[in-house]
Design a binder for this molecule. Structure first.
Ligand code: ARG
Ligand code: ASP
Length: 721
């Protein structure tokens, strides 16, 4: 019996497998799609052409995509410059407009008309006008045997020339970035709009539903979106904020599909992924997860527990620390997922196998052998060498980042350095600027919370960083405080002049020379300078020497992989905050033995998770009412309201707010996260479990229309059936 069904079964398996030979790994450059990807994309179901995605002669999809503030992506969804991005991308802006009385984070915000749209100084939206390959001219003066420094300055010289002579309009900007570890260079002509106003945001109980518990997790039920609008000068060009500015008339606005997606449907995500490291050698992957992620997780674990304790008890602290908490928790959790994912998929073992295969092919080819022999081994060797320094760096930077008294000291030191460099005559002006810049810092600062964080983190730092790296002066202070975080923190917070805005003001109201003299005596600043000195003397010099050898070898190894492994793997450049296209299919996955995850979630799931009054899982009354009445308008399907879905699009941090487009280039979802098992996709993409998470666009529309009643926004959009 068994024998007889084996054959047809085998055939079936083969068909299924060949049906799946598309590759979803990769963040591709939009201008190269027609040569590298178009055929495959069409094979996977795409109905438009590469030239509809990137075109410099007419409006194309890329003209609807902006880098949002440099940290997220957003897209234009109406011909009046309406922008869609994530709630967590707009979070800072929403928070800044919030007060206890008028809490937009908690209650949401909807501008009922254009005059109510709120300006956000400093927030920008950058379009990509054109991308050019400038590799040849950039590398023109590079010669073998140059040091990293010499090489870089030869390149910089050329890049300066290129930037000066590039064809562009006066209001446009230009930037050049290295790709493939510096083997290639591309130039971007960009347009940056500086008047970006807040238009709408759901309450956090929708936009951040599930909060940090659900962050990086599937199944997900978050309506993670917010809306902004780009304003331009009357001539349509970028202009600083002004009441006279007008909504931007974009070159292209994304049509919105009302159809939703099915299993295996083609999807693509356009956006600005920040940083990936897909071509690390095995030692680099090992170090990332086993040493560096572990150190950072340990520090943040402690800081977060303390913040959380206070935030649950105190409404004021909850507002002050909400954004900080979310920011710190985000990568804390991501790194944990990354550690686990690499282990689960045997990421290090697979890299080692890949390296063995690479070496074998290399050995068999005399030309490659001559060019690249030894590169990989040396690179792995340097990674072993850099490890203790990199670990000390990460402990140090996490300490200064998470103990805000140290952050404040750091900023005071920089301010005084600035005065020192520009001359005492500048003291008055710079003092005013410094005080202004510290205002928002102290607005969200609570010395009690910070004191407790300091205790824990100093203890961890002392355990984690070997004496010879931390330095003598720090060591002396540590010994004077009985090598005890609490003793040290008690003393710091009792007598430092940096624990409140008032203290800081009276401290720096004194004459320049007194401030400088007292700065040395302030215990917090004194400690920070001691630690900084230890770091600079014992860590940063060796670190940057080894790092420069690594950069050099990593570049050679990149080229070597592209030559030697050409038939085995398709190479795409690591993410570097430039515009990319990634594509995949709507699909579930099996995270663990016997568990399957479906690819869609519904409003029913929101109600399953609902915990009345909870700070993560509360549901607004109005939404419950709509759910009970099944009042989904034209946005529901078969009596259900879709919320989120997943697909195999290769994304990373920075892709948040990116549009998910269907085969026709119509907006079907809004990217905002990845699944827990797959957060290691930044160093070890694995198609079996790496999935991106998107909000269904119909849920976004449903919230805007039925929940918030902000129909004026729906009327601007182009909905297609
Ligand atoms: N993990 C997502 C990303 O990296 C969302 C983060 C915001 N959400 C949160 N609960 N902290 O940006
Ligand atoms: N949530 C991330 C972002 O903000 C996206 C990701 O890492 O998948 O960009």
């Amino acid at each position: 019996m068994l024998q007889r069904i084996v054959k047809p079964l085998l055939l079936l398996v083969l068909i299924v497998q060949t049906g799946r030979t598309y590759a979803t790994e990769g963040m591709w450059l939009p201008q190269l799609l027609s040569t590298l990807n178009e055929k495959e994309m069409k094979g996977m179901g795409m109905k438009i052409n590469a030239s509809d995605i990137y075109n410099i002669n007419k409006g194309s999809l890329k003209d609807a995509i902006v880098s949002f503030g440099g940290f997220c992506t957003a897209e234009v969804i109406s011909n009046q410059g309406l922008l869609l991005t994530n709630h967590h991308c707009g979070y800072d802006a929403i928070q800044k407009h919030s007060t206890l009385q008028n809490n937009f984070l908690e209650n949401g915000f909807w501008a009922k008309s254009a005059v109510e749209e709120l300006p956000n100084p400093g927030l920008t939206a950058t379009f990509i006008v054109r991308i050019d390959d400038v590799t040849k001219s950039a590398l023109q003066d590079v010669k073998g045997g140059m040091s990293e420094k010499e090489r870089q300055s030869a390149i910089d010289k050329r890049l300066n020339e290129i930037k000066q002579t590039v064809r562009k309009e006066s209001w446009q900007d230009v930037m050049v970035k290295p790709f493939f570890e510096g083997n290639q260079y591309f130039l971007f002509v960009t347009e940056t709009y500086k008047d970006v106003r807040l238009v709408g945001a759901p309450p956090s109980s929708i936009g951040k539903f599930g909060s940090d518990t659900d962050n990086w997790v599937w199944p997900r039920h978050t309506g993670d979106f917010s809306m902004f609008r780009i304003y331009a000068g009357k001539d349509g060009r970028p202009a600083p904020y002004s009441g006279d500015n007008v909504p931007l008339k974009p070159k292209y606005a994304l049509p919105i599909s009302m159809k939703g997606v099915k299993q295996n449907d083609f999807t693509m995500v356009l956006g600005f992924p920040g940083r990936t490291n897909e071509y690390l050698p095995s030692e680099g992957v090992k170090q990332t997860v086993e040493v560096l992620d572990a150190a950072k997780v340990e520090m943040r674990d402690a800081a977060l527990k303390i913040m959380d304790g206070y935030m649950r008890k105190d409404a004021q602290i909850k507002i002050q620390y909400a954004a900080k908490y979310a920011g710190t928790a985000n990568y804390w959790k991501k790194w944990m997922g990354e550690m686990q994912g690499v282990k689960q998929t045997n990421g290090i073992g697979k890299k080692q196998q890949y390296e063995a295969e690479y070496k074998q092919l290399l050995q068999a080819n005399p030309v490659w052998k001559q060019q690249y022999a030894g590169t990989l081994d040396s690179l792995n060797g340097y990674y072993r060498q850099i490890q203790p320094y990199a670990q000390a760096r990460d402990y140090y930077s996490e300490l200064v980042k998470n103990v805000e008294l140290f952050t404040a000291s750091d900023r005071l030191i920089s301010f005084l350095n600035d005065v020192h460099e520009r001359g005492e005559g500048q003291f008055e002006t710079l003092r005013q600027q410094f005080l202004e810049s510290m205002q928002p810092f102290y607005q969200n600062y609570n010395a009690k919370v910070d004191h407790d964080i300091c205790i824990s983190l100093m203890d961890i730092y002392a355990k984690g960083v070997p004496k010879q790296y931390a330095g003598n002066e720090y060591q002396q202070i540590w010994i004077e405080n009985n090598k005890d975080g609490r003793t040290l923190a008690d003393q710091l917070y009792a007598s430092s002049g940096l624990t409140s805005m008032d203290k800081l003001k009276s401290f720096i109201q004194q004459p320049y020379n007194t401030v400088v003299a007292q700065m040395w005596k302030d215990p917090a600043t004194h400690l920070v300078m001691a630690m900084r000195k230890g770091f600079v003397e014992n860590v940063s010099k060796p670190l940057s020497d080894i790092q420069s050898s690594i950069n050099n070898l990593q570049r050679t190894y990149m080229q070597a992989q592209m030559d030697v492994m050409a038939g085995k793997k398709r190479f795409y450049p690591d993410a570097n905050s430039t515009l990319r296209v990634t594509y995949g299919k709507v699909d579930g996955y099996n995270p663990r033995d016997a568990i399957h995850y479906d690819f869609y979630t519904y409003l029913d799931g929101v109600m399953e998770k609902y915990i009345p009054g909870d700070y993560e899982f509360d549901v607004p009354a109005k939404l419950i009412e709509l759910y009970k009445k099944k009042d989904y308008g034209r946005y529901g399907v078969n009596g259900k309201m879709p919320v989120c879905f997943i697909g195999s699009n290769h994304s990373t941090g920075g892709n948040s707010g990116s549009p998910a487009l269907d085969a026709y280039g119509h907006l079907v979802g809004l990217n905002f996260d990845r699944t827990w098992e797959g957060t290691m996709s930044d160093i070890n993409y694995d198609p079996s479990i790496c999935r991106n998470i998107m909000v269904d666009i119909r849920y976004v529309l449903f919230i805007v229309d039925k929940y918030a009643g902000c129909t004026r926004l729906i009327d601007e959009m182009k909905l297609v059936n």
